[in-house]
Ligand binder design. Structure first.
Ligand code: UDP
Ligand code: MG
Length: 351
């Protein structure tokens, strides 16, 4: 505890808290229509947290639920003020819910987890242990993804392969969204203002020392299907790719070059064939095929440019990431302008 900024950071952290006591750990949990499973989750989560840390808060981000999720959290808050919530004005998607959670988390460490008990609370001690050893990011590593169904697993594998090949960013191996972040990792993440949120990529992008902890993913506790609709997952994959690489923009120049060279060769071949050997040109099939081929290529490349252009448009509009409808017991972490370098991962662990 000889680090010069330590005392400042501690008093800083305290001054951000409405209650006046430092919170060691914040657990943020995005929820969409999860009223059925919530009590079961709390019953397993709270004892673990009480054993592990001196103080904690659980911040639910209600991502536009249409069932009684928010009322339930409100009722639980009345008896246990450590249970808090931010409620969105509509559904903004899980990734944005996590971003909102990070901006409302006051803990010196922050854990992100799902509400459906696919992220077992019993892993939390291991995450905290990694943090206390000095790791900034401790993530749950899924040993298998049987809970996901074969099609989704297959597509996920293709996606991660493509992602690795195209973007320089190396994602944490087999990491889901179950993870612990140190305060300075949270500060770094809160500085990223982009709208296309691909948290897995952002977590890896901010860097810092990270550690994987294995766990098995059980089925969703209430056996209801995943809250992600296939269309959402598809857009999520595109967002992930396009926000981490511009390679798709560049391939067209190379492809164009190759095709031009081939066209040049074909032209020479045809000229020699007709002028020197006097063979008549039978062009119709080749003509149709090449028109369709190049038409296709051009449309694809336009589409790719469009993907980027659309994202540029979304970003320059600079709308807020989300709109908060109601809150229970939370305030945004404002004025935490400390640079990530001014804090250390294990700052202000349990006294
Ligand atoms: N979720 C959310 N907004 C959404 C979709 C999901 O907040 O638009 C929450 C959901 O309530 C759950 C977590 O994100 O707590 C993970 O969702 P789910 O279990 O459906 O996803 P999967 O495990 O299939 O990735
Ligand atoms: Mg789930």
């Amino acid at each position: 505890m000889t680090h010069p900024s330590h005392a400042d950071a501690a008093s800083d952290a305290v001054s951000h808290l409405s209650a006046g006591t430092p919170v060691v750990l914040t657990v943020i949990i995005p929820v969409l229509n999860e009223e059925k499973g919530l009590d079961k989750l709390l019953a397993r989560l709270i004892p673990v947290l009480e054993r592990e840390v001196a103080s904690f808060e659980i911040v639910f981000i209600d991502d536009g639920s249409s069932d009684g999720t928010f009322d339930l959290i409100e009722a639980r808050n009345a008896s246990d003020p450590r249970i808090k919530a931010v409620s969105f004005s509509r559904n903004f998607g899980k990734e944005i819910a996590v971003a909102a959670g990070l901006r409302h988390a006051h803990g010196q460490a922050v854990i992100v987890m799902d509400s459906d008990l696919q992220h077992p609370p019993e892993l939390i001690p291991k995450l905290i242990e990694g943090w206390r050893k000095g790791y900034d990011i401790v993530y749950g590593r899924r040993t298998h993804r049987d809970a996901d169904g074969p099609a989704r697993r297959f597509l996920a594998r293709i996606f991660y392969r493509t992602f690795r090949a195209l973007s320089g960013t190396r994602l944490h191996d087999d990491a889901g969204d179950f993870r612990l972040l140190s305060r300075r990792a949270v500060i770094a993440l809160n500085q990223l203002g982009e709208r296309a949120r691909f948290n897995k990529g952002l977590f890896a992008w901010v860097g810092f020392k990270s550690l994987g902890v294995d766990f098995e993913v059980p089925d969703r506790e209430d056996k209801t299907p995943s809250r992600w609709r296939p269309r959402q997952l598809w857009h999520f994959a595109l967002d992930g790719l396009f926000s981490f690489t511009t390679v798709p923009l560049r391939i067209w120049s190379y492809l164009g070059l190759v095709i031009s060279l081939v066209a040049l060769a074909a032209m020479l071949f045809i000229m020699i064939n007709t002028l020197i050997y006097g063979n008549p040109v039978r062009g119709y099939p080749t003509l149709i095929v090449s028109i369709l081929f190049f038409g296709g290529i051009q449309l694809i490349s336009l589409g790719v440019i469009g993907e980027y252009l659309g994202r540029v448009y979304e970003e320059v509009k600079a709308r807020p990431l989300y709109i908060v409808g109601e809150t229970i017991g939370v305030t945004p972490v404002e004025g935490d302008t400390r640079r990530a370098s001014e804090t250390r991962p294990q700052d202000e662990t349990a006294a």
